[in-house]
Design a protein around this ligand. Structure first.
Ligand code: SF4
Length: 220
């Protein structure tokens, strides 16, 4: 047991130079080896909520309490149709639970659901709460923008909008996605990579109300 632990420790300590990394890439073409940390769409949301969460989750890898995640995956389009009050449209292609990566910008994520209507593709989010009075919260907006980038890069569609369906109020809203939004996500990816690479703990959020429900509260 002790030996096994040492092997794992030693393996974690290995640092490969560029030549060795290229050799591994050629030897195992199906395994993707990235030189910079890949950042998930979830991390975009966490970073906007509080930069410190990135440190606890991805630098010290502190164990987090389980959160309840609704199984909305393949039911999303049915919920959307019910809310929009229309039958299934055969002209709309639907894609579920797709794991997408973009090694160029180091972005990764699972897209629960997106549609392609023949002209445009757009991600769809289902929210169980009410339509927010002051617009969609920034953290959710940029998470969905990150999904839009992944769809765009992997399928060659230009993604200019997303749909958010609020089940409580039975409303579907569209949010425009601009070039500036996409640039902002790329900046956030670089900021998150910096935190992970430098192993620096960012300052706490100034909005202390956020700490009440924060999964990292016991470490912070
Ligand atoms: S407890 Fe507050 S400051 Fe600490 S990580 Fe959570 S939100 Fe940020």
């Amino acid at each position: 047991m002790e030996d096994e632990q040492n092997v794992v420790k030693d393996f974690n300590d290995i640092e490969l130079n560029k030549h060795e990394l290229d050799f591994l890439r050629l030897s195992f073409p199906k395994i993707h080896l990235y030189e910079s940390p890949m950042i998930g769409t979830e991390e975009i949301r966490q970073y906007i909520y509080c930069k410190r969460i990135i440190y606890f989750r991805h630098v010290i890898k502190a164990p987090m309490e389980q959160t309840v995640k609704m199984e909305l995956g393949t039911k999303k389009h049915e919920i959307l149709q019910a809310l929009e009050g229309k039958d299934d449209e055969s002209s709309i292609s639907k894609y579920y639970n797709i794991y997408l990566t973009d090694p160029q910008i180091n972005l990764v994520g699972v897209i629960d659901y997106f549609e392609f209507d023949g002209k445009e593709a757009y991600p769809v989010e289902i929210k169980t709460g009410k339509v927010p009075k002051n617009g969609v919260e920034k953290r959710f907006k940029y998470q969905i923008v990150a999904q839009a980038i992944l769809i765009e890069k992997n399928f060659n569609f230009l993604v200019k909008k997303a749909k958010i369906a609020y089940t409580k109020e039975k409303k579907v809203i569209e949010i425009p996605i601009t070039i500036d939004d996409k640039i902002k996500v790329m900046e956030i990816i670089r900021e998150i990579q910096k935190i992970i690479k430098n192993e620096e703990i960012p300052p706490p959020t100034k909005d202390k109300a956020k700490c009440v429900d924060c999964e990292c509260r016991k470490y912070c």
